[in-house]
Design a protein around this ligand. Structure first.
Ligand code: AMP
Length: 404
């Protein structure tokens, strides 16, 4: 039995979950977050497994203070002392081309992590602050990094290469990396358990950020996010793929700066841009039901983008055994699933309407005669990270190679 703390460090937040892990089973002991780090009103919020919630507002000036606050709280009943922790698992954004799996962090790994920072300038530094703070507070406790891009390192060159002059890849490593890898990997593993084999899976991670992955034999073959998480299908506020000349045209004709166009593409586009200011699919569906034309169109365009991507991935995989829905919209919106699946009937895919509405998850929501399984799998990146840390500890104990 190992106690493993999972940390997800953002620029002003640290989310955490404490797991008790054993072979083939796990238990969540506590979870929560520190929010507004370095701002007024910073607070620690904790939920115990029994559902009790506790929150405490006091100045928490940086990530080290945030993680110390979490450890102090956990030392009251969840951990006898910090050394009872077998490992800390960190969610990391970008592993560049260095990492195709989770790793135990040492000096060499840390140097590689620093080297990838330019690839994720907005979110990368916060992940690193989390690692630095936890390593300082917990000397001797293995720190494990799980990278959002690692799962997609199995893509072949034809899938990850952009058709721009070769020197951009040779020099700056500009290529498709893909993200949400921890979620796609988790969903694909759950799907394989339900299918009884690994098969060909198209996984739709539809949250605020959204991506689709084509997965064959448990390995990512292609995915919609690219060099950055701005690429791919339409998201809550991100535009996704478009003619690459559009941003240049807008900069030229409207005299906008790169930062202004970046903001427009990342914060004011996607569902938000099309619906007229709603980024939450629940609001868009509610307004569409009241007849709002913009919201009706936003849903239509969202489903169309998914449909087109899935068609491409069926071709890439040479067929599909399971279509998987995960994350906020994927798990919770029968309407989006129904609209999409209705247009996939050419694959022999049949949605069971009643099961689709009920969604006891993880669930199979296709009819018995459907040629493609349709699965709803709740996202659980934290469990995946804890599992990766547990597996690495097992490998370490058995003396297996941990070479990257
Ligand atoms: P995530 O990023 O995975 O937390 O997903 C968040 C998004 O899921 C929200 O912004 C909503 O758009 C969406 N969502 C959550 N619940 C529902 C629901 N019942 N119906 C439609 N969308 C939902």
């Amino acid at each position: 039995m190992e106690k493993i703390l999972v940390l997800n460090s953002g620029s002003t937040t640290v989310k955490f979950q404490l797991f008790k892990m054993d072979k083939g089973c796990h238990e969540v002991l506590a979870g929560g977050m520190v929010e507004r780090i370095g701002l007024s009103g910073s607070k620690l919020i904790v939920r115990s497994a029994g559902g009790n919630e506790f929150s405490c507002e006091y100045p928490i000036e940086n990530h080290k203070a945030a993680i110390k606050a979490i450890l102090d709280y956990l030392s009251h009943g969840f951990l006898k002392n910090a050394s009872e922790l077998s490992a800390v698992g960190h969610r990391m954004g970008h592993g560049g081309e260095y990492f195709d799996r989770s790793v135990i962090i040492d000096d060499d790994i840390m140097a590689k992590i620093y080297d990838t920072l330019p690839l994720l300038p907005l979110h990368g530094p916060a992940f690193v602050h989390g690692v630095e703070a936890a390593s300082g507070l917990l000397p001797g406790v293995p720190q494990v990094a799980t990278f959002d891009s690692a799962f997609h390192q199995s893509m072949e060159k034809a899938a990850f290469t952009y058709a721009i002059p070769r020197e951009y890849y040779a020099g700056e490593r500009i290529r498709r990396y893909g993200f949400h890898g921890t979620s796609h990997n988790y969903a694909a593993r759950c799907a394989a358990k339900i299918l009884g084999y690994k098969g060909r899976i198209i996984c739709c991670h539809l949250g605020g950020g959204a991506s689709v992955a084509a997965i064959k034999g448990g390995k990512s073959v292609d995915t919609t996010m690219g060099y950055t998480p701005a690429a791919g299908i339409m998201m809550a506020t991100r535009a996704g793929d478009m003619d690459p000349y559009i941003p240049l045209h807008i900069m030229k004709t409207q005299h906008k700066t790169a930062d202004e166009v970046n903001r427009m593409l990342n914060k004011e586009s996607g569902l938000f841009g099309l619906s007229g200011g709603h980024s939450d699919m629940r609001d868009i569906i509610a307004n569409a039901e009241k007849g709002d034309e913009n919201c009706i169109f936003a849903i239509e365009a969202y489903v169309y983008g998914l449909l087109k991507t899935i068609g491409a991935y069926v071709a890439v995989l040479g067929g599909v055994d399971a279509l998987v829905f995960t994350a906020g919209i994927g798990e919770n919106s029968p309407l989006i699933r129904e609209k999409l699946c209705a247009r996939l009937s050419y694959l022999g895919l049949e949605l069971d309407k009643e099961k689709n509405e009920k969604r006891p998850a993880p669930a199979e929501i296709n009819t018995p005669s459907s040629k493609v399984k349709v699965l709803v799998i709740p996202a659980n990146e934290e469990l995946m990270i804890a599992g990766e840390a547990y597996d690495l500890l097992e490998e370490l104990a058995s003396g297996e190679s941990l070479a990257v």
